[in-house]
Design a protein around this ligand. Structure first.
Ligand SMILES: NC(=O)c1ccc[n+]([C@@H]2O[C@H](COP(=O)([O-])OP(=O)(O)OC[C@H]3O[C@@H](n4cnc5c(N)ncnc54)[C@H](O)[C@@H]3O)[C@@H](O)[C@H]2O)c1
Length: 249
């Protein structure tokens, strides 16, 4: 018996990385999973910035499967730069996909969940929504917004049986991160990013999927409004280099 037997889940960004791993994990735990993404190989091809498409897709999921229990919203993009160099169009692209997309997906999920007074929404934010980073600008601002939207929704819907949480991943081995750290000229960034994870590695998409499966399940029945950090220790604090002196290596 799986934790998510007889439930219906939507996973956005389901074509790649964290979303693809989450769709697999939720299905393994017993859920019927509908995937959404702007690119192929999913149940619903849509742009999360397109409200009519998002609305229709959620309506179709409920019409086909009769219910909606959980949503893990993973669709997102990287982008930004130092503010004085960021074009308005780049700002709009990143904030629209990451923040407005979260609003639209969560809105149409909530409309259906309110009909049943039941549901769990998980938004994939980022540790970069908690901490600033060099050139973070649009991305970090969008992810900070996702965390705040999550908290506001948790307040609005807790008494209606709907839990809303966020996950803040550290660096995860997906095309989104690998494209950035594989670019020429960013070797210092890649190495420092890597080393700040206390576990000396990037995370795997399956490790975020495991956290998402927990949050949507009844095991997290008393959790709402939280931004759960899953980052291999990235945000735990500063490691100065005394491990050898302390006999720990
Ligand atoms: N990889 C990391 O290190 C990391 C760290 C923290 C947070 N995140 C967040 O995790 C989420 C998943 O990212 P990932 O690392 O799996 O990246 P990914 O690029 O592998 O997957 C992102 C998916 O989102 C889809 N997508 C992008 N724009 C879309 C749109 N407008 N409409 C619908 N779908 C769209 C893409 O097609 C892709 O399949 C993102 O929100 C990202 O910001 C990633």
């Amino acid at each position: 018996m799986g934790r998510l037997d007889n439930t219906v889940a939507v996973v956005t960004g389901g074509a790649s990385g964290i979303g693809a791993a989450t769709a697999v994990r939720l299905a393994e735990e017993g859920a019927t999973v509908a995937t959404m993404d702007i690119t192929g190989g999913v149940d619903y091809n849509l742009d999360v910035r397109d409200e009519a498409a998002v609305k229709d897709a959620f309506a179709d999921v409920v019409a086909r499967h009769g219910r909606l229990d959980s949503v893990v919203h993973c669709a997102g993009v990287a982008g930004g730069g130092p503010v004085h160099l960021v074009d308005e169009s780049e700002w709009d692209r990143v904030v629209d996909i990451n923040l407005k997309g979260t609003f639209l997906v969560d809105k149409h999920a909530a409309i259906h969940m309110l009909e049943a007074d039941r549901g769990s929404i998980v938004n994939i934010a980022s540790i970069e929504g908690i901490e600033g980073t060099e050139g973070g600008s649009a991305y970090n601002a969008s992810k900070g917004g996702v965390i705040m939207l999550t908290k506001c929704m948790a307040i609005d819907y807790a008494h209606r049986g709907i839990r809303v949480n966020a996950i803040c991943p550290g660096g995860i081995d997906t095309p989104l991160l690998m494209d950035i750290i594989g670019s020429p000229g960013v070797e210092i960034y890649r190495d420092k990013m890597h080393d700040r994870h206390l576990m000396n590695r990037f995370g795997q998409p399956s490790e975020i999927a495991a956290a998402a499966a927990f949050l949507v399940s009844d095991d997290a029945s008393f959790m709402t409004g939280q931004a759960m950090v899953v980052d291999g220790g990235f945000t735990a604090g500063f490691r100065a280099g005394l491990l050898q002196q302390m006999g720990l290596v």
